[in-house]
Structures are given as C-alpha cells and as structure tokens.
Design a protein around this ligand. Structure first.
Ligand code: AMP
Length: 221
C-alpha cells in the first residue's frame, strides 16, 4: 500500500496518516518531521532547512527528494509507505515518479484532504506542541492538559506554538501551498490517482471516507 496525502498544512494529513500507518503496519513518512528532527539535532541539513521552515517557505526540492530517496531504502518501507507532506511541488512529484520507476514501485492513491482556507487558518494558529514529544494539541478541540502532563509521552511539559504556526507565517504557508502544491491535484488526477476527501468533518468521519477509498484500492491490485 503506497499512499500520498496532500492538503493544506493543518488539513489533518498527519493525524490520518498515522492512523493508516498503524492499521496497515507501514511507516508514515513526514518530510516535515524528518526536517524538524534535523533542525533539533543541528545537523548540516537542519541548519540549511531551518531558515526556510521558520519563514514558512519550502526547503529546496533537491534536499527533500534526497531525503525521501534515502528513507524509502529502509527495510520498514518495503511493504508500503504513507507520505505526509511530500511531494509538495510539481518538480518533487516528477522526480519522485522517476525514483518510483527505478525501484519498481507505484503509488496507489493520492488522498487530497479538502478543507476551507478559513478553517485551516483557525486550526493552525490554535495548534500547540508538547515540548517533549511534539504531540500536537489544539486549543479549540483538543486543548493541552491543564495539569501540564502530556497525554502522549506522560511527562510534564510545556505546550508551545511553533514559529511556523504564528499568524503571518500561517498565511504565507497557505499562499505557498496554493501556488506550489495545489497544482499536484491536477498532476495526480491526470494519472487517475487522485481521491478527494472532505477534510472538514470530524476525525472519525474523515477516517471513514479514507478507509473506503484505501480498502477499494487494496482490492483492485
Ligand atoms: P509540515 O510539518 O509538513 O507542514 O512541514 C513543515 C515545513 O517543513 C514546511 O513548511 C517546509 O518548510 C518544510 N517541508 C516539509 N516538507 C517539505 C517538502 N516536501 N518540500 C519542501 N519543504 C518541505
């Protein structure tokens, strides 16, 4: 099962990808997470990526393509993978198609989570992150625990707003998405792989729609 999630930042890609990864026993590969780890570890990649990330810009195509190519070689990715946050430009999608061809793999479905811009803005600027484990909370529908103990890692933590979730950066990330990532819908539609999902519903309802699509795709083979 090889899947791609596309959608505005904050459209729920991470949440849904992590559920599917567990269900199908395949890795969720988030370029945003890999980059954030590199930033935290102050690796050369992290140092290079940090400025773009903080400003809500994309890091260079060649950097993320290289990261993904390496990541797909790992043994846990041989049965399938779920990409969350990659590809993000037409160039990345084209390069990725070349990589897939080389390793004789194929994307089954590209799930596009459809959520209005207004809703995305509210969701992102309300996001708070655990200082220990990066678990994501939301002030509106999933607030951080009042006792200060993260429900995910069980440790006392502070819950902070990522620089890229601040208002002006969120606006910019949404503009970048529209300009550079939205065209991927047409690209994958042309390959007959695009499936649109109403991402404005609650997590369970979104999950149901996705499962209907992935189960049907799994049967096609
Ligand atoms: P995310 O958590 O997916 O929203 O990613 C956070 C940030 O990492 C983005 O705003 C970009 O700066 C960078 N990033 C993640 N994935 C990609 C990608 N596929 N191409 C370029 N930049 C990326």
């Amino acid at each position: 099962m090889e899947l791609i999630f596309i959608g505005y930042p904050g459209s729920g890609k991470g949440t849904q990808a992590s559920y599917l990864a567990e269900k199908y026993g395949i890795p969720q590969i988030s370029t945003g997470d890999i980059l954030r780890q590199a930033v935290a570890g102050k690796t050369p990649l992290g140092v290079e990526a940090k400025r773009a990330m903080d400003a809500g810009e994309l890091v260079p195509d060649a950097v993320v393509i290289g990261m993904i190519e390496e990541r797909l070689k790992a043994s846990d990715a041989q049965k399938g993978f779920i990409l969350d946050g990659f590809p993000r430009t037409i160039k990345q999608a084209q390069e990725f198609d070349r990589i897939l061809y080389k390793i004789d793999r194929q994307i089954k479905v590209v799930l596009s989570l459809e959520v209005s811009k207004q809703r995305i803005f509210k969701r992102l600027t309300s996001r708070r992150v655990c200082s220990n484990c990066n678990h994501i909370y939301n002030l509106i529908y999933d607030p951080p625990p009042e006792n200060g103990v993260c429900i995910s890692c069980g440790k006392a933590a502070s819950f902070f707003q990522r620089d890229d979730d601040k208002e002006t950066t969120v606006q910019h990330r949404m503009d970048v998405y529209e300009e550079l990532t939205q065209p991927l819908k047409k690209y994958y539609d042309g390959q007959g792989k695009l499936a649109e999902v109403d991402g404005s519903l609650n997590i369970e309802k979104v999950r149901e729609q996705i499962l209907a699509i992935t189960e049907a795709a799994g049967k096609e083979k």
